[in-house]
Design a protein around this ligand. Structure first.
Ligand SMILES: [Zn+2]
Length: 91
């Protein structure tokens, strides 16, 4: 029964492919290599590290109530604008 063996091998390969989610984005700078003071968490999408200087260059930040908030991507701008107090109050 070589068909069974083949099926089993395919399942193994699929599992390996889906579990190898190590986020190897080579086109973006690795946030972990940046100065830790330069990195903050995106308030809109917690868990997404934001490099402050890069966010400011890209316009991905908001000044709200005298505080500056950095955003991880262009999607977070409108989300922050829609409900800034919700995100600002989490600090
Ligand atoms: Zn974002």
């Amino acid at each position: 029964m070589t068909a069974r063996d083949h099926h089993a091998a395919n399942r193994h390969t699929d599992r390996d492919a889906s579990s190898g989610c190590s986020g190897h984005a080579s086109n973006a700078e690795d946030p972990t290599t940046a100065d830790s003071a330069e990195v903050t968490d995106c308030l809109v999408m917690p868990g997404n590290p934001v490099i402050k200087s890069q966010a400011e260059e890209a316009g991905l930040y908001r000044d709200y109530n005298g505080q500056r908030y950095w955003l991880c991507c262009a999607t977070c701008g409108p989300l922050f604008d829609a409900d800034p107090e919700r995100y600002a109050s989490t600090t």
